[in-house]
Design a protein around this ligand. Structure first.
Ligand code: GLU
Length: 486
């Protein structure tokens, strides 16, 4: 039988890291076994739906590299993949459960009932669900005469047991399940009912979701039993926690996938990071691309303890992935960040090639795409009109020699720069740091930065291209530091 998995987000806001991890694990398991991944939008709680949130979730998933085989925007064999479009089907299952006596109309205010149940449990006395004992005809009469009622599932008498993929056999006593609501007074089905009907109808074989749903599972298993359906397998993923060991939430800062993207973290790095939460690849390397993740991931190897989110590790992975990007891909990913910083891009192939080289030079020191514009400062630096410090004799001589070498095109290549520097060093007696530190300072305004032998030819090439902002040549930068001729 083909394995069928699903990711079932509610369109109530941004996709957060915990849910993104759930989606990723479902995708990895589906791809790893040649199964199908279904995307289902669980929009039954109308009051909580946020306009456009579903589309943003789809975009975030695709940015992470997660593709699904069936879903609201790609279709599939099972009809509608939005829960709200399946309401008639859900309502007919509710009606069937009422008819067989597995569910009943419960009259009374839900909040009052909850409080009374709590009080009964604290007092250690059995709780009587209002309406449970009313016979079906009487209930139908009261519903017809407009009495507001929810429909409750009649909880089983026996404990509910099921096997969790990470925890093994688990379950709860019957009274912990309680007679839960499956349809609201306005007739709309609740999540508990809709999720069971949809997972069954969509032939889902394995439900993988966050541990926060563990308490819902016994009720769902009981519903499968009452309907005579086989329940899927269940695996509940441990939670992702913040540094203070509480569940990762907005309190911990930016924890949405969109916020990570806006910060310039790479999608492949975030996916790589999320898969390493509670799982270690069998081989040593932790930097994995999508194919490597699919090949290596093993759900059974996932730890069953909660995991702590570590921004530093994510940034390290982002740096690693950035260095592995093909030059043109890196350029395209970086462009929006440079555009936001005021740079403009032309389609001139020489300009494009220049940016590719520039970004490859800068990438090793950057963790995120948004750091690249500030790290490109040495390329675009312009000296002040009047020099702030005077050069001493021998340094002035070295600078004049570099100006001459630059004007003669000798600094246009890495080898040319090295030859010129060697000759100038020999001639002036300035060597190593004594030569390169002042040179760097005069050319870039900074004390540290990328290797000069690579940086300087790039500046020279850039100064002859229509780049915006303009790149000033090395000779112009150095000349500005020289005392003007009398
Ligand atoms: N819609 C639920 C949520 O977003 C997921 C339900 C499930 O996976 O069963 O938390």
């Amino acid at each position: 039988m083909t394995e069928r998995l699903r990711f079932a987000p509610s369109p109530t806001g941004a996709l957060h890291l915990g849910n993104a991890r759930t989606a990723l694990v479902n995708w990895l398991v589906a791809r790893g076994c040649g199964g199908a991944l279904v995307l289902r939008v669980e929009d039954t709680d109308e009051g909580r739906n946020v306009e456009g949130a579903d589309q943003r979730i789809f975009d975030d998933l695709r940015w992470l590299g997660i593709e699904w085989d069936e879903g609201p925007d790609v279709g599939g064999d099972y009809g509608a993949y939005r829960q709200s479009e399946r309401r008639c089907r859900h309502q007919s299952v509710v009606a069937e459960l009422v008819q067989t006596g597995a569910a009943y109309y419960c009259f009374g205010d839900v909040e009052t009932i909850r409080a009374e149940r709590l009080a009964a449990s604290e007092a250690g006395v059995p709780f009587e669900w209002p309406g449970r004992a009313i016979d079906a005809q009487e209930a139908a009469r009261r519903v017809a005469s407009g009495g507001p009622a929810v429909v409750r599932f009649r909880a089983p008498r026996d404990p509910v047991r099921f096997v969790d993929g990470l925890r093994g056999e688990t379950g709860v006593e019957a009274d912990q399940v309680g007679d839960f609501v499956i349809a609201r007074p306005d007739g709309t089905p609740t999540y508990q009912l809709a999720v069971v009907v949809d997972d069954h109808d969509m032939a889902i074989t394995h439900v993988i979701r966050g541990q926060d749903h563990l308490s819902n599972t016994p009720g769902q298993v009981a519903l499968y039993d009452a309907l005579g359906w086989t329940a899927p397998r269940f695996t509940h993923l441990p939670l992702v926690l913040g540094a203070d060991r509480s569940r990762l939430s907005k309190r911990h800062g930016a924890t949405s996938v969109a916020a990570m993207r806006e910060r310039g973290i790479l999608g492949e790095a975030l996916a790589n990071y999320l898969v390493l939460l509670g799982w270690a690849p069998p081989d040593e390397g932790e930097v994995l691309d999508a194919m490597q993740m699919v090949a290596a991931f093993d759900l059974g190897g996932l730890s069953s303890t909660n995991v702590v989110f570590d921004q530093d590790k994510l940034e390290w992975l982002s740096q690693q992935h950035m260095q592995r990007l093909p030059a043109e891909v890196l350029r395209q990913r970086a462009m929006p960040f440079f555009a936001a910083a005021g740079a403009r891009f032309s389609d001139d192939p020489a300009v494009r090639a220049w940016w590719q080289h520039a970004l490859q030079l800068l990438a090793p020191a950057a963790h995120r795409l948004d750091e690249l514009p500030s790290q490109s400062a040495p390329l675009f630096w312009k000296p002040a009109e009047s020099p702030s410090a005077t050069l001493d004799g021998v340094l002035e001589e070295a600078v004049r020699s570099f100006v001459a070498a630059a004007s003669a095109g000798e600094l246009d290549t890495e080898a040319g720069f090295r030859d010129a520097a060697r000759a100038i060093g020999k001639h002036t007696g300035l060597r190593g740091r004594g030569l390169f530190h002042p040179l760097r300072k005069l050319v870039t305004g900074q004390d540290t930065g990328p290797e000069l032998a690579r940086l300087i030819p790039l500046i020279q090439l850039g100064s002859r291209l229509p780049i915006e902002p303009a790149v000033q040549s090395v000779e112009a930068r150095l000349t500005a530091a020289l005392p003007s001729s009398p």
